[in-house]
Design a protein around this ligand. Structure first.
Ligand code: NAD
Length: 363
């Protein structure tokens, strides 16, 4: 198969959908890989790295779309690419169709095969192509919280780990899923005094087994949350209610009783945010203040660390891409667990219920 690796053109996106190591694997499986010029630069890979791995470097996205059976991206195709996508071409990337009607209708017109990273399902009913980005966001949430606790960044000036004879910072993590677990582990690793809240007792049981002694998993309730928030130096919001907007767990009123210069990191901002006062921010202007409390609400946190994010993402996507290339999409979907759930659109017809329901379209 001829596989196209496109350069990301969405603003602030520096990841790339296949590394040179991935190209080598594709070549070993007998495929040809065409990589758009400078596609890997933002993630630390030069065109020469790709050439050494066996790829051909191509000047324009049009040539890639024209020549390839399967094209890969990280983010959804942008409007300038819609008319380049060909009938029966496999497009394998994050789409998030249900959040974007224009994209959905544009892809339907292309008659392509749209396979979405975000709906591929794993053997534990997990989302294996979303998990790596949650891991990155969770770990980064702690890094950002620690940074904005510094006085020069506007914070209250506390070191997460404390030092000999001096107490560490109090970190509250709300939501004990992938993001929250990674955030809590990082904060505990720095030596902070960490509490992680969840509603799911099975999850809390698991967290109790794996967390170090300086991290307490507790069952969340509005009263406990109010009490812990008042005392916290940093709060990381990491809740997810599948298919719904995030609940507003810290209200504007509650901010008044929080420490001035404490930091809120709202990782759930991509689902509307779990603090009442959150609004999306960007890497170039990541924070704002309400009632003296710093809010960090960047919606695409993994974008800040493209080298790590690209490696994490492609570790997860490459095995699926190899199956698609080796067998074609129909056979790969029969053979590989959970891949068929990734197929969102086939030749203009929506094949994923959630997308059809979002816009009242046929399924
Ligand atoms: P997850 O499903 O693994 O975990 C969510 C957890 O929240 C679950 O354990 C659930 O029981 C818990 N929860 C739900 N409601 C709660 C409540 N009221 N109080 C306490 N706990 C509650 O999800 P995840 O992968 O960890 O993702 C968390 C959030 O982070 C999602 O909104 C996701 O979209 C977002 N995210 C954002 C970025 C970013 O760049 N901003 C990146 C990755 C993920």
């Amino acid at each position: 198969m001829r596989i196209g690796v496109l350069k990301e053109i969405k603003v602030e996106e520096n990841r790339v959908c296949m590394t040179p190591a991935g190209v080598e694997v594709m070549k070993a499986n007998g495929h040809t890989v065409l990589v758009e010029k400078n596609a890997g630069v933002g993630s630390g890979f030069s065109d020469d790295d790709y050439i050494t791995a066996g790829a051909e470097i191509i000047d324009t996205p049009k040539e890639i779309f024209d020549q390839c059976d399967m094209v890969m991206h990280v983010k959804e195709p942008q409007p300038s690419e819609y008319e380049l996508i060909r009938e029966n071409q496999i497009v394998f990337t994050y789409f998030h169709f249900a959040a974007d009607e224009e994209l959905t209708r544009a892809l339907m017109k292309t008659n392509s095969i749209a396979i979405a990273y975000e709906t591929v399902v794993g053997t534990h009913n997990d989302l294996p192509l979303l998990t790596p980005m949650s891991e990155v966001a969770g770990r980064m949430a702690t890094q950002e919280a620690a940074k904005f606790c510094e006085r020069s960044m506007g914070g209250l000036g506390i070191l997460f780990g404390g030092v000999t004879g001096v107490a560490p910072a109090k970190v509250l993590v709300i939501g004990g899923g992938i993001v929250g677990t990674n955030a809590a582990l990082m904060a505990a690793g720095l030596g902070a005094d960490v509490t992680i809240l969840d509603l799911d007792l099975d999850r809390l049981r698991y967290l109790s087994e794996i967390m170090p002694a300086n991290c307490r998993p507790l069952k969340s309730s509005p009263a406990l949350l109010r009490e812990l928030a008042q005392d916290a130096d940093a709060v990381i919001g990491a809740v997810l209610v599948t298919g719904a907007k995030a609940p507003k767990l810290i209200t504007r009123e509650m901010l008044k009783s929080m420490k001035k210069g404490s930091v809120l990191v709202d990782v759930a901002i991509d689902q509307g945010g779990c603090f009442e006062t959150s609004r999306p921010t960007t890497h170039t202007d990541p924070v704002f203040e309400v009632e003296g409390v710093i809010h960090y609400c960047v919606a695409n946190m993994p974008g800040a660390v493209p080298v790590t994010s690209t490696m994490a993402l492609t570790n997860a996507t490459l095995p699926y891409a190899v199956h698609l290339a080796n067998k074609g999409w129909r056979q790969a979907c029969k053979d590989v667990f959970g891949l068929k759930e990734g197929v969102n659109m086939v030749n203009g017809k929506i094949t994923y219920k959630g997308v059809a329901d979002a816009f009242g379209l046929d399924y």
